[in-house]
Design a protein around this ligand. Structure first.
Ligand SMILES: [Zn+2]
Ligand SMILES: [Zn+2]
Length: 467
């Protein structure tokens, strides 16, 4: 089928232009001067008054992630459907190798969870929970044969996912050799565990102590250490995930100023939510916002600095770290002991809107909005130009965004499998109007037309930010 998206404003890396977009089957056939497209044999989608942007790419999700005796409450079915509602047409989820497990088994398990269940296209990063000779060999195989070109390591969670500095260095050396990207959870988990034990011994059990025992200094220290280790590994490509705080950002900015292959993402929760207002909510309520890295204090300038980092490209991407847990029975595992609260916030449905609100608030340009939610993730993780841009030959993953619409975020209206919303009551001065995934209209007029199983696995290439 041929579609003509007519009358809209196409936003891309080269700016905002009035253009019509011709879609043939699953791909974009042409970007045309307004009114110059075919008038017969096409179905016209009226985009007047709308922004026409490449579909969102959420480069950091955790569908069905086992954590702390439970599992993230969104399946690949419910989570990718919610993503589609919010204008995200690709996710990159994290397959998991736990300590002691075989890397290929972890990847196979993730394919089994996702296969036949996704509403939108998907790819995988690989979490390495144990760096040894076997997993280093597996890194080469995943890059060469499986389309998995990025590997997440943890400086936190001793005994679960933690890698020591020697293991990190070996994985970085391997990544330097095969061109892949090391993604780092940069928090000093050894020190954090001491603080957690001390807090609990003092009877400090409320959710806010989750944040207090993960101080900014231990994110900054780990970020700096990761950057130093990557330097020793011949400037191995390094991507800091879920960066939450000013001082960690300063280390990333300094490395980038020095011309290093260092990149970072932040997440909407760090741009909007705080230690005091959310994590410190009365009683056990704050458990809804327990995530790691934690929400930071509103009495410092983290949010201002993160928005500035997005403008300056010291922060390249906004991902969600979508890892939802219901309040009832899941978050409640940590009543009386914050260290037992499953870590994670759900937000895959709201990222496009929440970053757009930054445009409305004058913190970000339209072009940076599109770059940080779509174009840069595609380039960073080897999906470009198939994804992340409106150009001839690219997949027709397209969102019509209505700057005159409004979105009110609430558990009453969201599609994620959660019994609460981390952004309950937030109003966005904009709205996802229509969503196309590979040429198929899957969301329009608030109605859903997609289907489970239509999403395809994407084999990724290497990052296009490296030469
Ligand atoms: Zn993490
Ligand atoms: Zn994560």
């Amino acid at each position: 089928m041929t579609l003509l998206i007519a009358g809209g404003t196409v936003i891309g890396p080269t700016g905002a232009i009035a253009a019509d977009v011709l879609v043939d089957g699953e791909t974009i056939a042409a970007v045309l001067a307004p009114g110059t497209g075919p008038s017969e044999g096409v179905e016209v989608v009226d985009a007047s008054g709308k922004y026409v942007i490449p579909g969102g790419i959420d480069a950091h999700t955790h569908m069905e992630l086992p954590f702390g005796g439970t599992a993230a409450s969104d399946t690949f079915d419910t989570g990718t459907r919610a993503a589609a509602h919010g204008g995200t047409t690709t996710i990159i989820d994290f397959a998991v190798q736990r300590t002691g497990e075989v890397v290929h088994d972890g990847l196979a398990a993730w394919h089994a969870k996702a296969d036949g269940n996704c509403h939108i296209d998907y790819a995988f990063h690989m979490i390495l929970g144990g760096v040894d000779d076997d997993s280093l060999k597996a890194m080469d195989q995943l890059v060469a044969d499986e389309g998995v070109t990025s590997f997440k390591l943890f400086m936190a969670y001793p005994g679960v996912f933690y890698s020591d500095d020697g293991q990190i260095l070996r994985a970085m050396q391997k990544a330097r050799d095969n061109g892949s990207m090391i993604m780092m959870h940069a928090e000093n988990g050894i020190a954090i565990d001491v603080l957690v034990r001390q807090a609990l011994a003092r009877g400090e059990t409320d959710p806010i102590y989750h944040g207090i025992t993960r101080p900014e200094a231990l994110e900054a220290e780990a970020t700096h250490r990761a950057i130093a280790l990557a330097e020793v590994a011949q400037d191995c490509p390094l991507y800091i995930v879920h960066l939450s705080a000013s001082r960690a950002l300063e280390h990333v900015a300094a490395a980038r100023d020095a011309g290093r292959n260092v990149f970072a993402e932040t997440c909407p929760q760090y741009l909007y939510l705080t230690l005091e207002d959310q994590l410190g909510a009365p009683g056990f309520e704050g458990a809804k916002w327990v995530c790691s890295t934690p929400l930071r204090s509103k009495h410092e300038n983290h949010q201002r600095d993160l928005w500035r980092g997005l403008r300056s490209n010291d922060l390249a991407i906004v991902s969600t770290d979508h890892c939802p847990f219901c309040f009832k029975d899941q978050k409640e595992l940590g009543v009386g002991d914050f260290s037992k609260i499953p870590n994670g916030i759900g937000g895959v449905e709201h990222r496009v809107d929440l970053v757009y609100q930054g445009v409305v608030d004058g913190k970000l340009s339209l072009e940076r909005w599109v770059e940080t939610i779509s174009t840069t993730p595609a380039r960073m993780f080897g999906l470009y130009p198939k994804k992340g841009v409106i150009a001839p030959g690219s997949d027709a993953d397209i969102v019509l965004y209505d700057p005159n619409g409004r979105t009110r975020i609430s558990v009453e209206t969201h599609h994620m499998n959660m019994d609460h919303s981390a952004y309950e009551g937030y109003e966005i001065a904009g709205k996802v109007d229509t969503v196309l995934s590979r040429g198929e209209v899957i969301v329009s007029d608030g109605a859903y037309h997609g289907a489970k199983g239509r999403g395809r696995y994407l084999r990724r290439g290497l990052s296009s930010y490296l030469v």
